[in-house]
Design a protein. Structure first.
Length: 269
């Protein structure tokens, strides 16, 4: 495809509010917390049984029910092939970047991809469609949710909120991206994924000035977008979603009961 035709197709894509995207579910990894592992009864979170189904089932079901999703690929343990009857499951590798690459390789004609983790059982088609159809034009778009929306829906859960000039927000285990751009910056993505649990590594990556403003709540969302885009050499944007289920992932033993209660209400037997 010529550069001119490629640019035209991208413009046409963004001018079509009903254009569909492909989805990758990263459903691998192991549970490290002993209390959580004992409550879950499994080594891999995506295999945790919630209301009679493995957690990854609820994620895949939400994606397949969304108007904005064209196809779904799951990357996780071998056991998911039997647990997710009919779904396309690829056996996971050793690193999240490797798993992401496997997913992208399975959908070579995808123009944009929505990546979600396999531990988001309350994910809804409405939240997915809103994010896909209303996100700004960018190489990478990351959903954030306002504290007020979160606390109205999940007041008893412990959350970590980031202070910005516009308010307080939390993030999501989902992201939408252009695969051709991500492939060019896989080394940077690996560094981000490896550093995300280390404050020191993140400060080194983003810079001490950025980190101080971040800690003091002096950054705007635009400041954060600009700095992240600069470091990763991509056009990155945030999208403030009104759907708190985008922020709920099962990270603790207490989250299991919350997820089961909500799923019972959403899909009663």
């Amino acid at each position: 495809m010529s550069p001119v035709l490629g640019a035209f197709c991208r413009v046409a894509w963004y001018n079509n509010p009903m254009a569909k995207v492909d989805a990758i579910v990263l459903a691998g990894g192991t549970i490290n917390d002993p209390e959580f592992k004992a409550a879950a009864g499994v080594d891999c979170k995506s295999l945790l049984i919630l209301n009679g189904k493995p957690m990854a089932h609820w994620v895949v079901q939400a994606l397949e029910s969304a108007e904005s999703i064209r196809s779904v690929v799951v990357v996780g343990p071998e056991e998911l092939r039997n647990a997710l009857d009919g779904a396309t499951v690829l056996v996971e590798g050793c690193h999240e970047v490797e798993n992401l690459t496997k997913g992208m390789d399975a959908m070579p004609d995808a123009e944009r991809i929505l990546m979600v983790s396999g531990d988001m059982p309350l994910l809804s088609p409405r939240a997915i469609d809103d994010f896909v159809f209303n996100s700004p034009e960018a190489d990478i778009v990351y959903p954030t949710i306002d504290k007020q929306e979160i606390m109205a829906e999940f007041p008893d859960r412990k959350w970590i909120f980031i202070r910005a000039k516009e308010g307080e927000f939390t993030g999501s285990s989902a992201v939408m991206f252009r695969p051709e751009v991500l492939r060019l910056h896989m080394d940077a993505m690996r560094k981000v994924l490896d550093a995300r649990r280390s404050v020191g590594a993140l400060v080194q990556m983003w810079g001490i000035g950025f980190a101080l403003k971040f800690a003091l709540g002096q950054l705007s969302l635009k400041d954060a977008e600009n700095r992240i885009s600069e470091v990763l050499n991509v056009n990155g944007r945030a999208y403030v979603s009104p759907y708190p289920e985008l922020a709920f992932d099962v990270d603790h033993a207490s989250d299991i009961r919350t997820a089961e209660d909500r799923l019972s209400r959403l899909s009663p037997a």
